[in-house]
Each structure stands twice: as C-alpha cells, then as structure tokens.
Design a protein around this ligand. Sequence first.
Ligand code: FAD
Ligand code: AMP
Length: 479
Amino acid sequence: MSEQYDVIVIGAGPAGYPAAIRAGQNKLKVACIDGWKNYDGSYAFGGTCLNAGCIPSKALLESSELYHRAQHEFELHGIKLKGVEFDVAAMQSRKSKIVKSSTQGIAALLKGAGVNALVGHGKLLKAEGGVNKVEYTDKEGKVQVLSATHVVLASGSVPTELKSLPFDGKDIIDSWGALELSAVPKRLGVIGAGVIGLELGSVWNRLGAQVTVLEALDSFLPMADQAVSAEALKNFKKQGLDVKLGAKVSAATKGKDGVTLKYTDASGEQSLVVDKVVVAIGRRPFTTNLLAEGSGVELDERGFVKVDHECRTGMANVWAVGDLVRGPMLAHKGKEEGVVVADLIAGKHAEVNYNIIPSVIYTAPEIAWVGQTEQQVKQSGRAYKVGSFPFMASGRARAMEAAVGFCKMISAVDTDEVLGVHIIGPMAGELIGEAVLAMEYSASTEDFQRTIHAHPTLSEAVHEAALAADKIAIDFPNR
Ligand code: FAD
Ligand code: AMP
C-alpha cells in the first residue's frame, strides 16, 4: 500500500512551505515535495524567493546601496573615506550565506511542524476511488506513488524567455543569472522595466555598469500611481539608469564587440551594443511535468492553473496557490494563499483579501503601495480626496539625508474610507505596513489623523498625508 497523507504539497516556495507548515500545525499528516536545484547541484527548499528572487536580490541591493552611499553620501555626514572599493566576490559570498541559512531554516521549520520534507519531483496523477495520488521521484530517481486526501499544487513560476533572444546562460541571462554575476559588466542591457528589471538594473548601475533599460510600453510602471511612477522615473534617470520607453526589443546578435540588440521605438529601428543582457519581461506559471494525463486539473489560456477565490481547482480536494495561479506574482500573496488553504482543509474559516495586497519595489527611493491608484479611483467614478506629504518636509528624512519622494493617501469623500496609500521614499516598504493593517480594518482618513505617530519618524509622512487629505496638515502648507 502506498503511503497515505492528509495533505501533500508540491513545491516548497513561499506559497508551498507555509501551506505545509500550517497543515502540520493543524495536526494533519503532511508531506512537502520540492526539487529546486541550485547552480552548484545542491538541493534547497524555499523556491524562487529564497534561492533566486526576493532574498538574494535584497542582499545585493543592500550591498550596492551601501557602496553608493559610501561614495556619494558619507561626505555629507562629515565622514571622509579614502579609496572606497568593492569586491563582487565578497558581496556574492555574503549573499550566498544569507540564502543558505534561509533555506536551511525552511527545512528546519518544516521538520519542526512535523512535515515530511521530501527532496525530488512531484506529479499529480489521476485520482483513484476518490483518493488523490502523487508520483514522487526522489534524487536518486526512485519512483513511489503516494496517496493523499488533499493535494496543494505550489510549483511557482519561471522567467519568460523572449523567443528572439533565447537565454544562453552567459551573455543573455535571466534574473537568476543577473544575481550570480561574478564581475560588473561594462554595458548592461535590461529588457523590461518591471519590478525585477529595475531592481537588478539598480544593483549593477550602482556598482558601475552602464545600464540601459528597454521597455516596450510607452508608460513607466503603469501599475503604480502615476504621480509615483513619474517621481520614480525622474530619480532613476538622475541615478544614471538610461530608461528607454516605447522600445520593443526584437532580436540580438552576438559578436566580438558584445551583444547587439535590435529594437524599435517611435523613431524606427534602433540598435544598442551591450556586454550582457538581462531579459526581465515577466514570469510564467511552471506546470512542466506537474500534471499527469487524467489528473483533470485545468489551465487557463495563459497557462495558470484555474482556481476559484478559495484556490480550489476543479478537481476534488486539489488546490493551487502562489505564482501558479492568477493574481500578482508576489511571495506574500502566495504565503497567504498557502496558509488559508491549509486552514480551509482543516475546516477552519479563512479567506484571502485580494484587495489589500501591498506591492513594494526595493529600489532607492523605495516604492510601496496598497489599494487603488488615483487613476483607478477616478475611473470608478467615486468622489475622492487626496492628501500628499513630501519627505522633504520630514525632519527624520532630512536627518537621514533621504528627503526624496512623498506619501499620498486617497480616500472616499462619502465615507472617509482610505482607498489607497502610495509611498515613494525612504523605507517605503516598511511604512506601507501601517496602511495595510489600517485598510484591512477599513480605516478612515480620520483614523489615521487621530493616531499618534512618534516624532521624529518617517511614519509621520503617512499621518501628515492623512491630514493633508482634509487640508489640515501641520508640517506642510495645505493646498
Ligand atoms: P516558487 O518560489 O517559484 O517555488 C516553487 C517551488 O516548487 C520551487 O522550489 C520549484 O523548484 C518547486 N517545484 C516546481 N515544480 C515542482 C515539482 N513538480 N515537484 C517538486 N517541486 C517542484 N516577490 C516578493 O513578494 N517580493 C520581492 O521582493 C520579490 N523579489 C523577487 C526578485 C526576483 C529576482 C524574482 C525572480 C522574484 C521576486 N519575487 C518577489 C517574486 C517571488 O519570488 C515569487 O512570487 C514567489 O517565489 C512565488 O512563490 P511560489 O511558492 O508560488 O513559487
Ligand atoms: P513585469 O512583468 O512586471 O516583470 O515586467 C516586464 C516588462 O517587460 C513589462 O513592462 C513589459 O512591457 C516588458 N517587455 C515585454 N516584452 C518586451 C520586449 N520585447 N522589449 C522590451 N520590453 C518588453
């Protein structure tokens, strides 16, 4: 008889491992299968996020930002440094240590929750007699069929390739490749001005690469509030990122000089020669060899596993979470789905609030928002008010030499409910937490106004933006 579980999770990224841990906490018998293999051949839990995404990118963003500040900012503080240098190998080794300790931490967390963590490949088979079946192939290639009442699919996503510029792992690389570079390229082309392209472009720009970002759309960061995107573009250009909008890349040829990229913009055919190209045009759900014939799980026209609002596929007791399903490709969205599914399986009440998922871009300045943009509210036809507060007027931001950007709050006129908060500036990713919690409780502008914010903190910008929405700001002239 095959081993019988209550829950088998396929994938141990930020969607899968929390599902497994919560299922374990719910006293269910759980297995979690993951086959992530690193460049050095080692297996690791944690998925894209820990091995090749959120964590390594933030480690390199931090190192490169510190180098940039040492070069350009320390003198303003009266700190004189001579001969500031950096060592890419040391930066990479720091990053690898952080990644390794994080992924080892996941293995320990799974064990602590009583989850049987299995290294290898999982595939959903056709259910037999109402029991779900998973084929598990271990590292040595041994195949077993496991049985489970519930299966949670969490196989994540992989970078989208540009057909005309296939990845070669050397000159034309994906985001993972861009996190593993051992030297700073002289000229770096980044295709796609999305979150990943901008973060990685920033890292190598700060370390001295001449970075050109080619973006097919005419608009910059169209998902962000327009005031935020305009402020971001202004700052990135000032930092030396050459962002070309309306530039659609169609081909690349490799030669002695480097890689020649062909693109079209409003003036016609153009070309650009670079040493390396990072293709960051988005990610696609990963379903290769995940679903056996007859499993019954359906994909939509873009390749995502079809699920309802509770992450149920059309098959009994088969669920899917994270980048594999519709919605923003964000670690915290997947985590919440994983936890909610594990609670639903245990018969508890749980739901994901898809309207209140924060977005963060870890550039400098940082960008973060939650809820609707001004453009979305305007389009909805609802009467709204806007309050904005610049960090230039924040004592703490000035003391930090980080007085860039603003906080903007958009609220409904009829109910005073806060509909969106948009921040570009220092620690925006941390500041947005207050707005997320408040909006989860349907906070009004007045709730923000009457909440005491410590002085001097950056969070006063959120407070003042709320006051400004009713033209009662204290620290900045009301308009
Ligand atoms: P994944 O993390 O992709 O994990 C899926 C796991 O399943 C992998 O380990 C994979 O090997 C395994 N797997 C797949 N198929 C099988 C199978 N059949 N059998 C066994 N195992 C299988 N998001 C943020 O929220 N914040 C950020 O700052 C951020 N930064 C990013 C930076 C970069 C450079 C990139 C590339 C992404 C970033 N993301 C960020 C996105 C984030 O990484 C993803 O949204 C998140 O990892 C999705 O989680 P997941 O669990 O759905 O999938
Ligand atoms: P994201 O999906 O947020 O990671 O962003 C990817 C970005 O890449 C989007 O803004 C796309 O418009 C852009 N993009 C896609 N294909 C191309 C292309 N061929 N040339 C330039 N930019 C592209």
